[in-house]
Design a protein around this ligand. Structure first.
Ligand code: 6PG
Length: 493
């Protein structure tokens, strides 16, 4: 029997799609699920059987026997304990130290670091975070790999074959056409899943920004979902070109097959979340590297889920608003488009600044140009602007902050008035804009030479003797003022 090149362990939506994608690219694939019921179901599934996934393995030992060595086993199981349970089962079945286990779930990056140490010497542990959902996994995902470097050389040809591809202008190309693969080795264990976590944080924020634009167009301009969908479709042809804009346009133009109403209006307005946006927000707070728009997007999901409270408050708390005189709908729409472009750039800037801070802290030496390049196709946040971001990091690999890149700063300069006007319109009319407005405050704070933290430091010293530094001497020297009879004393370093 010919040996398989690779095995998929876990044949849910993602595992099955990755298996078929690998087959399409000429690799021999074994399929397995730890659960016998799922295994039976998958083994009878036409798409997998007809395409030649090897299914005769009755148990894990037989599965290991079906693979050429060193064996490559890809786990497509839920993040968390299931990953360790699967690895232990493989070890019990006779996995050898040279064999490679690849975790493709949305794992917490610290779990990947822990696993690399825990399984060291017993197997080669490798991570690959996958973005793009079912469609991406089936026809071309973005793959963020990290871990044992020696394992990468075995995995690389497969990942580069099945990943999404882009042309030299950063445009996605159709499957099976030549192009630069959206798959890369990003560094030591943990780096790939950390980058995917930030990807998801950006995803949360970008989705929130689009939702705020939809609400502004509904509440300020009285536009129907179909009309908004058409505007989004137009914007998707320009600076806002992105997968999320494309699907939002599609969603808004879709009618509910049950009632015939606009589909979006029959969907309950309570957002769910699996936690990766929250991880990004928490990590931003821990690193002291602000990602306020990502954090606001997590808060917005949480507040949306408090539907009962919102309904009650909307009926009992009536805050006056200020009527906006709208003479020209197009001017308002242009302002919203400009706000979206600018806020989106600010969100990417927050995400990349967070990755840079973490990479410096961990010593990962993350190549941020590479990260931007592999996000240009296949993943959920794929967007035209990522090509410019990749070019900015290529031009200045040690770029301190994305907004120091001239082309991006120029876009903000050209469009910021529309952004400010949109934030003002939302505030006057009572339309909540936590994403669009926090992004503006982030950029304004970034560009503020003298922040009011001088007063804050004085407050801290006043009530808690927490000391302050002075503008007129070495900032490492610290002082305390006895406030009621102002006398300054230098505190020991
Ligand atoms: C991707 C997505 C995916 C994510 C889901 C759901 O890159 O393919 O980011 O990994 O888990 O879209 O995320 P939430 O349920 O948290 O919205």
């Amino acid at each position: 029997m010919t040996k398989s090149d690779i095995a998929l362990v876990g044949l849910g939506v993602m595992g099955k799609s990755l298996a078929l994608n690998l087959l399409d690219h000429g690799f021999a694939v074994s399929g397995y699920d730890l659960n016998p019921v799922n295994r039976g179901r998958a083994a009878n599934e036409g798409a997998l059987i007809d395409r030649g996934v090897y299914f005769d393995a009755e148990d894990l030992q037989a599965l290991l026997g079906s693979l050429s060595t060193p064996r490559i086993l890809v786990l497509s199981v839920p993040a968390g304990d299931a990953v360790d349970i699967a690895i232990q089962s493989l070890l019990d079945a006779g996995l050898e130290p040279d064999d490679i286990v690849v975790d493709t779930g949305n794992s917490l990056w610290t779990d990947s670091e822990r696993r690399e140490q825990q399984y060291h010497g017993r197997l080669r542990f490798f991570s690959t975070a996958v973005s793009g959902g079912e469609e991406g996994a089936r026809h071309g995902p973005a793959l963020m790999a990290s871990g044992d470097k020696s394992a990468w050389s075995a995995i690389k040809p497969m990942w580069e074959a099945i990943a999404a591809k882009v042309d030299p202008n950063g445009q996605p190309v159709a499957p099976f056409h030549a192009g630069e693969p959206c798959a890369a080795y990003l560094g030591q264990a943990g780096a790939g899943h950390y980058v995917k976590m930030v990807h998801n944080g950006i995803e949360y924020a970008d989705m929130q920004l689009i939702c705020e634009a939809y609400q502004l167009m509904t509440d300020l301009l009285g536009m129907t979902p179909d009309e908004i969908g058409k505007v989004f479709e137009r914007w998707n042809q320009g600076a806002l070109n992105s997968y999320l804009m494309e699907i939002s346009a599609d969603i808004l133009k879709t009618a509910d097959p049950v009632t015939g109403q606009p589909f979006v209006q029959v969907v309950l307005d309570k957002a769910g979340q699996k936690g990766t946006g929250l991880w990004t927000a928490v990590n931003s707070l821990q690193e002291g590297e602000p990602a306020p728009t990502i954090t606001q997007a997590v808060f917005a999901r949480a507040q949306s889920a408090q539907k009962g409270q919102r309904v009650e408050a909307s009926r009992t708390i009536k805050l006056p608003t200020v009527a906006i005189e709208i003479r020209d709908n197009n001017a308002i729409l242009n302002g919203i488009e400009e706000a979206l472009v600018c806020a989106k750039i600010a969100v990417y800037a927050q995400g990349f600044a967070l990755m840079k801070a973490k990479s410096d802290h961990q010593g990962w030496q993350l190549d941020l140009a590479k990260v931007a390049r592999i996000w240009r196709a296949g993943c959920i946040i794929r967007a035209g602007i990522l090509h410019q971001i990749a070019q900015a990091f290529d031009a200045t690999p040690n770029l301190r902050h994305l907004l120091f890149a001239e082309p991006l700063a120029d876009i903000l300069a050209q469009k910021s008035v529309g952004w400010r006007q949109t934030v003002a319109n939302g505030a006057l009319a009572g339309v909540p804009l936590p994403g669009i407005s926090s992004a503006l405050s982030y950029v304004d704070a970034l560009c503020t030479e003298t922040s009011p933290a001088n007063l804050l430091q004085a407050q801290r010293d006043y009530f808690g003797s927490h000391t302050y530094a002075r503008v007129d001497c070495d900032e490492n020297r610290t002082f305390h003022l006895t406030w009621h009879d102002p006398v300054q004393r230098e505190t020991p370093m």
